[in-house]
Design a protein around this ligand. Structure first.
Ligand SMILES: Cc1ncc(COP(=O)(O)O)c(C=O)c1O
Length: 377
């Protein structure tokens, strides 16, 4: 077992995001205030909130919350198939530590949210299957098949995808499950951007509900825009795996924050309003980005995301994406995320379009291009 490497994305963001006036590289939807969430409370959850005492909570999560989470899945998943965590991050850590031994092998799709590759790599050998913009960021399933070895135990995927916004088709998802079944693989499916598909018909079934060795990761942070709650979960049909993950969790958070569990319950019961508001912001922001990239096609390449609230654009010309990001931040106070933090190095940067103030941030990028880039290209 090796030490975990520097988490480049979180490192980059933590040094900048709390002082940058405009976050244009963020990976979450617009958030809500505590008061707005409490206003959504139905009588039962309001009473739970008012009477809440601040003792330890159930290690798997408050039962009423687990039932609410389970209702996001198909019939194969009930409250007893859910284990909650401190964010999605803890779920990734617990899953990998519960499942992987040094003699195992895993396959991760890259670029990706770093822990989907770094955590399994600290435990066993991991083969990366790279995505390519010339293939519209689509997963090349033949490449996945080619990398399977007799000791391969786990395939890690994430759709809608961070950072490209790509989505598998249902046929591709079915193909992956068939391949996994044939080779006795677990599929860990990071579904933190589920519900933010631009076309509802692109929404995939949850992996845990359709594959007996499928593991679905969900969270309040991204589609619901409530990362400060730090509540995530894993859904899986396999009880033994859930128990193994719960054991790892005993060494970490032990249980969730009690107020956060109740607030998550309220938010999930009010999900229609929250998701409709977030999708509205995203749909109007993506239209602005489309015209921005059309106006400045000399400077950038852009493959339109299909879901989520982030995309990956390539900068053309002499500046690297690191230089572009640093100059944009110092000149206009707008933060984007260069692909070096994704260990990608193709001159891409991540743009986030979940926030309400994205139009102002984009106007500043336009000013930056007109003032700084046009002359120096
Ligand atoms: C794809 C993906 N999975 C998991 C996480 C971790 O989420 P959380 O901050 O809720 O722990 C992130 C955060 O950016 C992410 O983008």
């Amino acid at each position: 077992m090796s030490k975990l490497p520097t988490f480049h994305l979180e490192d980059y963001l933590s040094a900048r995001e709390f002082s940058a006036p405009f976050m244009l590289g963020g990976s979450d939807s617009e958030t809500h205030s505590l008061g707005e969430i409490l206003d959504l409370a139905d009588p039962e959850s309001k009473e739970i909130w008012d009477k809440l005492s601040l003792h330890y909570t159930e290690p798997y999560g408050m039962p009423v919350l687990l039932e609410e989470i389970a209702s996001l899945y198909g019939d194969a998943i009930t409250g007893s198939n859910i284990l909650s965590f401190a964010g999605a991050e803890e779920g990734i850590y617990c899953l990998c530590h519960a499942l992987l031994d040094p003699s195992d092998h895993a396959i991760a799709v890259t670029p990706c949210y770093q822990s989907l590759e770094s955590v399994p790599s600290s435990l066993c050998e991991v083969t990366k299957v790279g995505l390519d913009e010339t293939e519209s960021w689509e997963l090349n399933i033949d490449r996945v098949i080619k990398e399977i070895q007799p000791r391969t135990k786990l395939l890690l995927i994430n759709y809608p995808h961070n950072p490209t916004g790509a989505i598998l088709t249902k046929a591709q998802q079915g193909q992956l499950i068939e391949i996994a079944r044939t080779n006795d693989l677990w599929i860990f499916s990071d579904e933190v951007y589920r519900y933010l598909e631009f076309e509802p018909s692109d929404r995939l079934p949850t992996m845990a509900s359709i594959y007996e060795k499928g593991i679905s990761l969900g969270v309040m942070s991204k589609s619901f825009g409530l990362p400060g709650l730090r509540v995530g979960w894993i859904a899986a049909q396999n009880q033994h795996l859930l128990a193994e993950m719960s054991n790892v969790k005993h060494y970490l958070s032990i249980c969730n924050s009690a107020p956060s569990e109740v607030l998550s319950l309220i938010a999930l019961r009010g999900q229609d309003k929250i998701l409709a508001r977030n999708l509205d912001i995203i749909q109007s922001n993506i239209a602005l980005l489309d015209s921005f990239f059309l106006d400045y096609f000399d400077f950038f390449e852009w493959t339109r995301p299909k879901g989520g609230c982030i995309g990956f654009s390539k900068i053309k010309g002499q500046w690297s994406s690191d230089v572009f990001a640093e100059k944009l931040l110092s000149a206009k106070g707008v933060l984007v995320v260069p692909d070096s933090v994704f260990d990608f190095n193709g001159n891409y940067f991540r743009v986030g379009f979940g926030r309400k103030n994205m139009p102002q941030a984009l106007r500043l990028v336009r000013d930056f291009i007109e003032e700084e880039m046009k002359f120096k290209w």
